[in-house]
Design a binder for this molecule. Structure first.
Ligand SMILES: Cc1cc2nc3c(=O)[nH]c(=O)nc-3n(C[C@H](O)[C@H](O)[C@H](O)COP(=O)(O)OP(=O)(O)OC[C@H]3O[C@@H](n4cnc5c(N)ncnc54)[C@H](O)[C@@H]3O)c2cc1C
Ligand code: FES
Ligand code: FES
Length: 494
C-alpha cells in the first residue's frame, strides 16, 4: 500500500487510514501543510498537488505528471503513484524555477493560493516545451487568487519558459530513471482489498485490477459504492460529511481503461479520463474540441472519467447530451452478463438510472460519423472556465445538398435528466430554412420541457436560450459568420 512522496527514495505507506480520507486530509495530518484547504470541493485550487503515474509512451515506460485537486481525491487512490507537493519542489535551498519565477514577478501577496498556483505551473513545466496564453490559461484554470490578480502570475508562467534562460531540468527530470524503478517496485497489478476498523463498523476499500473481480465484488456486497476519480462522489464526503462503508475503486480495472477505435464504432472504457477521451473524440468530431475545453478545470479533466459523468446522472453533465445526439450506447455488465442499451434510455428520473444492483458501466460505444454528419455542441454557463452548465445542447445533423435528412438533438439542464428532444428534432427538420425557426423551436421546446429555475438560470431563460441555440446551429451549418461562444479565443478573456 505504498506510494512515492516528493523526493523521498523510500516509498511511503499510508498506514491504517479510513478509506474516506482525502489526500489533503492525509497531507495535513502528516504535517505537510503547504497544501491548503479553501473550498474542499475542487473549485479554488488551493489544494493543488501533482500526481505521477507510470504509463507507456512509444513503447517506453515514462511517468506522466498531472495536477490534481487533493481535497476531493481519496488518499488510497495514491497507491502505486508519485505524489508531489509544494514541499517537494526545492532542491536543497534552491527554489524550483516556477517558484523563482513567482518571486521575481511578484506573483504572491497573502500567499494562500500560491502553493496551488505553483503546483499547476509545475505540472505545466513538466508537460509543455513552450507556452502560450491559452496553455497558461488552461493550466491555471482551476486556481483562484483573491489578492494578487492574475497578471503577475501569468507573467511568472511565461518567464519560466523564457527562451533566454533555457528550461533547466528539475529534480524529477534528472532522477526519472530512479523514480520509474521505484514505481515499478510498488506496482504489482494485484487486487487491493483493505479493511479499516472504524469506531462503529469496519470500513472497506477494494481496488480490483480486472472486470471479473469488480463484477464479483459488486454482486456480493450490498453496500459497495463505485468510485472512479471521485470528482462527483467525494463531494458527498467533503460537503455532506457522508462516510461510505465500502468503497470500490474502478481506476485499476484494466478493461475499463481501454479505447477501441474500430471500423464502425469508437468504444471508450468507462474509466477513461476526459483528457484522454478528448483526443479520440475530436479525431472524428473536431467541432467538439472547443466544447470539451469548457469542461471543468485542468486538474478535474485530468482525472474525471467519462463513465463517472454518465453514471452520476446529473441533468447538467456535459457529456450525456453530446453522446445522446451521437446515438451512443452503453455496455453494462452484471456478474458475467453484458447488456447494451441506448444511452438515451439510461436515465430514468433525477439522478436515477437503469443500473441494477451489482451492475456497472463497462464502456461507451459511439457509432462513427459518415461524411454528411455534422455535430455542433453548445455550453451555456456563467463563467468561461471551470463552470457547470446552465444549458447544454448537442445537435447532430446529416446534410444532403444543404438540406437535413436527419436531425438528432439532446439537451442538458432542461429537465431532471439529460434528454433527447424528439419534438424539437421534427420542428427543426421541417423548418430548416424558415426565418422564424427560433420562435418555432421555442414552441416545440416549451411543449416538451419544463425547465427549473435555479441559481444558474431561470426557466424562461433556459427555454429562450435553447431556441436561439437551434437557430445559431443552423446558421453555423449554413456557413454564416456566427460567433460560437465555445470557440471564443481565450485571450479575449484577459
Ligand atoms: C470543480 C468541478 C468542476 C466540474 N465541472 C464539470 C463540468 O464542467 N461539466 C460536467 O459535466 N461535470 C463537471 N464536474 C463534475 C464531475 O467532474 C464529472 O461528472 C466527472 O466526469 C465525474 O467523473 P468521476 O470519475 O469523478 O466520477 P465519480 O465521482 O468517481 O463517480 C460519479 C458517480 O458515478 C458512479 N460511477 C463511476 N464510474 C462508474 C461505472 N463505471 N459504473 C457505474 N457507476 C459508476 C459512482 O458510483 C458515482 O455515483 C465538475 C466537478 C467539480 C468538482
Ligand atoms: S480546496 Fe479548493 S479546490 Fe481543493
Ligand atoms: S495571493 Fe492571496 S489569494 Fe492569491
Amino acid at each position: 500500500m505504498h506510494f512515492l512522496l516528493n523526493q523521498n527514495s523510500t516509498p511511503t505507506t499510508l498506514g491504517e487510514i479510513n478509506p474516506n480520507m482525502t489526500v489533503l486530509e492525509w497531507l495535513r495530518a502528516s504535517q505537510l501543510v503547504g497544501t491548503k484547504e479553501g473550498c474542499a470541493s475542487g473549485d479554488c485550487g488551493a489544494c493543488t498537488a501533482v500526481v505521477g503515474e507510470l504509463t507507456i509512451k512509444d513503447n517506453i515506460k515514462v511517468v506522466e505528471y498531472k495536477s490534481i485537486n487533493t481535497c476531493i481525491a481519496l488518499a488510497f487512490s495514491l497507491i502505486g503513484k508519485h505524489l508531489i507537493t509544494v514541499e517537494g519542489l526545492k532542491e536543497g535551498e534552491v527554489l524550483h524555477p516556477v517558484q523563482k519565477a513567482m518571486v521575481i514577478e511578484n506573483g504572491s501577496q497573502c500567499g494562500f493560493c500560491t502553493p496551488g498556483f505553483v503546483m499547476s505551473m509545475f505540472a505545466m513545466y513538466h508537460n509543455e516545451d513552450t507556452v502560450s496564453l491559452p496553455k497558461i490559461n488552461e493550466a491555471l484554470s482551476g486556481n483562484l487568487c483573491r489578492c494578487t490578480g492574475y497578471k503577475p502570475i501569468i507573467a511568472a508562467a511565461f518567464s519560466v519558459f523564457n527562451e533566454e534562460n533555457e528550461k533547466p531540468l528539475d529534480y524529477y527530470q534528472k532522477n526519472q530513471e530512479k523514480i520509474i524503478k521505484s514505481l515499478i517496485s510498488i506496482n504489482d497489478n494485484e487486487n487491493i482489498s483493505l479493511i479499516f476498523k472504524g469506531d462503529k463498523n469496519n470500513l472497506s476499500y477494494d481496488a480490483p485490477s480486472n472486470a471479473d473481480e469488480l463484477a464479483n465484488i459488486l454482486i456480493n456486497n450490498d453496500s459497495a459504492k463505485i468510485v472512479a476519480a471521485g470528482t462527483d462522489l467525494n463531494l458527498e464526503i467533503t460537503q455532506s460529511l457522508k462516510e461510505f462503508s465500502h468503497i470500490v475503486s474502478v481506476n485499476g480495472v484494466k478493461e475499463l481503461q481501454v479505447i477501441n477505435d474500430g471500423e464502425f464504432e469508437l468504444e471508450i472504457g468507462s474509466a477513461v479520463s476526459y483528457q484522454k477521451a478528448t483526443s479520440s473524440l475530436v479525431k472524428y468530431w473536431p467541432d467538439l474540441e472547443a466544447y470539451l475545453h469548457r469542461f471543468a478545470s485542468l486538474p478535474i479533466k485530468n482525472w474525471a472519467t467519462i463513465g463517472g459523468n454518465i453514471a452520476n446522472a446529473s441533468p447538467i453533465g456535459d457529456m450525456p447530451p453530446v453522446l445522446i445526439a451521437l446515438e451512443a450506447k452503453l455496455k453494462l455488465r452484471k456478474e458475467s452478463k453484458v447488456r447494451i442499451i441506448a444511452l438515451e434510455d439510461f436515465f430514468v428520473t433525477y439522478k436515477k438510472t437503469v443500473l441494477e444492483k451489482g451492475e456497472f458501466i463497462e464502456s461507451i460505444i459511439i457509432p462513427k460519423p459518415d461524411k454528411n454528419e455534422h455535430l455542433i455542441a453548445h455550453k451555456i454557463s456563467k463563467r468561461f472556465e471551470d463552470d457547470i452548465s446552465g444549458v447544454c445542447m448537442a445537435i447532430n445533423v446529416r446534410l444532403n445538398d444543404d438540406l437535413p435528412s436527419s436531425v438528432k438533438i439532446a439537451l442538458g439542464g432542461m429537465s431532471g435528466i439529460p434528454q433527447r428532444a424528439l419534438g424539437l428534432e421534427k420542428v427543426t427538420l421541417d423548418n430548416w430554412n424558415d426565418e422564424n425557426i427560433a420562435q418555432l423551436a421555442y414552441g416545440a421546446i416549451k411543449n416538451e420541457f419544463s425547465p427549473f429555475d435555479d441559481v444558474r438560470a431561470s426557466s424562461e431563460y433556459r427555454l429562450k436560450v435553447s431556441a436561439n441555440l437551434v437557430k445559431k446551429s443552423i446558421l453555423i451549418l449554413k456557413g454564416a459568420a456566427v460567433e460560437n461562444l465555445a470557440e471564443i479565443n481565450q485571450s479575449n478573456y484577459l
